[in-house]
Design a protein around this ligand. Sequence first.
Ligand code: ZN
Length: 415
Amino acid sequence: MLKKILSLAVLIISVCEGYGQSKQKKVLFVIVDGISGDVIEKIAKPNLDIICKAGGFTRAHVGGGKGTYSQTPTISAVGYNSLLTGTWVNKHNVWDNDIKDPNYQYWTIFRFFKEQYPHKRSAVFSTWLDNRTKLVGDGLPQTDGLRIDYPFDGFELDTIHFPHDKQSEYIHLIDEKVVDQAATYIRTDSPDLSWVYLEYTDDMGHKYGDSEQFHKAIGIMDDQMGRLYRAIEYRQKSFQEDWLIVITTDHGRAPNTGKGHGGQSDRERDTWIVTNAKDLNTHFKEKKGSFTPAIVDIMPTVARHLDVTIPKEQAFELDGVSLTGKISVDQPEIKKEGNKIYLTWNALTKDEKVKIWLSTTNHFEKGERDLYLLMDDVPVENRKAELDVSKLPPGFFKVVIEGKHNSVNRWIVEK
Ligand SMILES: [Zn+2]
């Protein structure tokens, strides 16, 4: 009898292993504050290296389209919200750390996820409360009462347990508490979608600039990432879960001293992404000219891993492109001369057609619909299209290139 039970158990286990695709998908994304790409590349980071080996490393950027309608301040909350919504500031409307009036029409990854999978569980582990209460909009009417299932944050307001000191030691201690709880909770409860936010590196950057102290803070961060990754590895080994971890930063640092940020210098725009993702695509890997992936690419990557379907009109607004899996098109460029709009793009597939859509309104930002005109339907490999807009009102054009695997968009905003 025992033998029979044992062989049945073996059968069940091997059947389960045979269905690799039924593995539960989980995501943890992490923002470690204010570490420019040049610094992360030159510093020892043994734990991040382990994660890179499983997936990859790329330099990346924040700041939107420099000198264009989507130029975005290289400021913390602005960057976080670009990650959460997959859009630049001209859409999500968080211009600084005051977070006065986020446009919640541009949904965060948490909202998309919980809308489609209300019973799956989300968590935010953060050294800054506003991330959850203002950016994610936990419990707000504007997010239709979206709930984060497991919040772990707000300790920066607790001056009894974390008395504020000038050296920001209390921020380091809060980061530690946040990481410890995230690692523990992942091991025991395995939330489906989690965000960890840590602040200490940026504090050291502001205080000391490019310095021993700043580099030491990055070393501490690397150790913290190791703790999170080991929790994920434990879940993967013991529970056969399929975890995606994405680690990034929200902005670089000022060119000369490394102290400030907020502007559009190369170094302030220069960031990076570390991930364990297995199926990284050309959009992640391609190093053509000055092209790098962007912080807005993380949201569609997370959505793809979690099998979140983004409805077409919302997908049309995304400024990011998934870093994994199949992609039809990226790197669109747009210009208008006279009555013509000239579009170009990079083709990442063959044998498919892309549709070129155009709207002269942006009602989406108010939660209403835009009327899109189908302007063209061309082979993706054409890599360009010319749109005659002589019969359309001037001023504003929202153009979408829709492929089989993704869409990209660009605006023309005339003064
Ligand atoms: Zn920051």
